[in-house]
Design a protein. Structure first.
Length: 306
């Protein structure tokens, strides 16, 4: 079978080598399309692919239609808002992600962003410490749990809100379950977002929640830019000169936010949460193994469109 790795933002070389070894050892052929700049390049490359590994690359109905032999697509990473699951299902294509494989990298970035903003983005002036401050984790999944553990190790108090995780599990891990999202925003100096981008969450973080944050509050977004209601965020940043926003990756209206709010906002130019060699290797190799297992014995663990 031909496995295509199509990554606009390429994996580290060690990950590509590892994927290649796994694929060839199982008798498959590996093709690479890295750093592509045009959709047409992807459409052309998928024409003879039996399997596809992507990162945040958009696998749309158009891409699926251009890939008549495609049987499986694996998003090497957690968030799968870039996959058109309905189009996959319609064609009988198995879609998977690799949950947890790049979580530590994202969690480390969230902690780094909190410190960066607390220290005036490493520019002169008096900052503040994160020790003793309260952090609210919105969604206590793979990344949220790691952020919580690291924050507690740094002396922060941690709350979490997640309707899908039992309060006892949070308590066992030293985390205070929030009674509601509103209560968490009211109680926390930092809020770290770890929700996926879904029809329910897109645009859901706006004025009502952010304006509840205490003086000096900082919103940290290593999830998806789409979960923010940007006009409402701008409104609250305008009204509350004490609040800060840091995001991986830039908001659609980032230039306006930067101009209006200066050092109180910061955005990475390209999504970098999972940009570590370790995360690339973990997620890339997991994707390759999942494809090999699917072709070998039909294993559909981590299938998203069951
Ligand atoms: C994820 O959902 O796994 C992360 O956002 C990483 O995305 P990336 O592969 O585009 O860096």
């Amino acid at each position: 079978m031909k496995i295509l790795v199509a990554t606009e933002k390429p994996f580290a070389a060690a990950a590509v080598n590892g994927i290649c070894e796994i694929a060839t050892a199982a008798g498959h052929e590996l093709a690479l399309l890295e750093k592509y700049t045009e959709k047409s390049q992807l459409l052309e490359a998928v024409a003879d692919a039996d399997a596809l590994i992507v990162r945040s690359d958009k696998v749309t109905a158009e891409v699926i239609a251009a890939a008549p032999k495609l049987k499986i697509v694996v998003r090497a990473g957690a968030g799968y808002d870039n996959l058109d699951l309905a189009a996959c299902t319609q064609r009988g294509i198995v879609a998977m992600n690799t949950p947890g494989q790049n979580s530590n990298a994202v969690a480390e970035l969230a902690i780094a962003m909190m410190i960066f903003m607390s220290r005036n983005r490493f520019t002169p002036g008096t900052g503040c410490e994160i020790q003793g401050k309260t952090l609210g984790i919105q969604a206590y999944g793979n990344v949220g749990r790691l952020v919580a553990a690291k924050a507690m190790a740094l002396g922060m108090k941690v709350m979490a809100f997640d309707p899908f995780v039992p309060a006892e599990k949070m308590q066992e891990e030293g985390v205070t379950p929030a009674q509601s999202l509103e209560q968490m925003y009211e109680s926390c100096d930092f809020i770290s977002l770890h929700i996926p981008a879904t029809p329910q969450t897109v645009g859901s973080i706006g004025y009502d929640l952010v304006s509840r944050m205490p003086k000096g509050g900082c919103l940290v977004n290593t999830a998806r830019k789409e979960v923010i209601n940007e006009p409402e965020l701008a409104k609250v940043l305008e009204e509350r000169q004490d609040l800060k926003y840091v995001t991986d990756v830039a908001a659609a209206t980032q230039a306006e936010l930067d101009e209006k709010f200066g050092k109180r906002v910061f955005a990475t130019p390209k999504k970098m949460g999972a940009e570590t060699a370790e995360a690339n290797v973990n997620a890339g190799l997991a994707a390759a193994r999942q494809i090999v297992a699917y072709f070998a014995d039909g294993c559909t663990r981590f299938q998203l469109n069951k």
